[in-house]
Ligand binder design. Sequence first.
Ligand code: ADP
Length: 128
Amino acid sequence: MANFVLRVPNNLRSFTVSASVSSNGSPPLSSSGSSGGVGGPVILELPLDKIRRPLMRTRANDPIKVQELMDSISEIGLQTPIDVLEVEGVYYGFSGCHRYEAHQRLGLPTIRCKIRRGTKETLRHHLR
Ligand code: ADP
């Protein structure tokens, strides 16, 4: 949060403008980093190792797709965040497998995620 005081000529009033922008230009998020209990999905950069991928070993990625994504992400960055489910503060990824692997292979520490909050029941549904 930054406060700016704009001083204008004497015949006009001075006033204060409050801007809610963090140092990296992103909107402020709750200090827990959680997607919160209300509202829709939240877009956040998450460390790759904070995202559990329970189905990772059951599906093989297409290596050509991964290479193409690596080339594209290096050049223009990730254009569409991967979908992540948050259950009781733990993050789960079930899709976005090629984008996730492309980030891993590029050695990127974080990935942009669209985080939705769910319950244990939602998680069970995904694991079925
Ligand atoms: P994934 O398993 O990651 O969903 P897909 O090959 O099925 O892989 O889809 C790739 C997705 O990555 C597409 O939805 C595409 O829009 C998205 N995408 C995000 N960033 C990029 C990028 N820089 N270059 C190409 N595709 C990208």
